[in-house]
Write a protein that binds this ligand. Sequence first.
Ligand code: KIV
Length: 282
Amino acid sequence: MQGRTKVSVSDIVAMKRREKISVLTAYDYSTAQICDRAGIDILLVGDSVGMVVLGYTSTMPVGMQEMIIFCGAVARGAKRAMIVGDMPFGSYQPGPSLAVENAVQLIKAGCDAVKLEGSSEIVGTIKAIVDAGIPVMGHIGLRPQTSSLWEGYKLQGRTKEAAIKLIEEANVLEKAGVFSIVLEMVATEVVDAITKSVSIPTIGIGSGPSCDGQVLVLHDMLGIYQDIQPRFVKRYAELSKSIFDAVSGYNRDVKDGRFPEESNTFYMNREELGKWKNERKR
Ligand code: KIV
């Protein structure tokens, strides 16, 4: 959706089946500005920041104070895109009251909506956040915050029972008032059925083409993050190599005295320099 005004919840809902929704993660001011200028509809300040920026081995250690800082930076960089802030592990599981308090903090940091992983087990919490006037994006399928405690990062919806459960979970989320649902690593036939059975947009990651929108982690699609390279990611650049080449060039130039050049150098006022030289001669 191109245009100059801020993308709203009703814009996103209206895009279902009309126009695909583009979503990327963003964690800082400068990349948020670039993604916003490129016309991305939603910038998700994902807790994936814990892995691709902070170097944790999972998203689990990420806390509210970290999310508030990253959400603020992205919100200052994006004028048009909707900003969705991920609620980190531990910020909503204890119950609705803490969850509302933490969701309010992300909105105060500049987010337009929040995202939570889960369905029926947190339905009361989702309703409480929506009742507080805060738009919620749901997230089912693979749930990175807790999947490492159970079966690891695996495709979801492989069996008939799992498919039926996922459709139920999506319907529970819609009834609870979420405005869109992230489907992570879900078999494409199940994604197709979910997308047809709910009236809100589905946003896929590793979930095939039939979702109403797609999301990728920025550092994956730019080829910056090297630790894990999922098959569902399409790499639009190999910035890790470009950054390595640039940094190596700088390193060589500094060592060999080729940087800074004339154009990077500043001089004193000539008259002042003359006076100073004369004084030093005396
Ligand atoms: O944290 C994140 O980046 C996410 C996406 C994978 C949807 O939740």
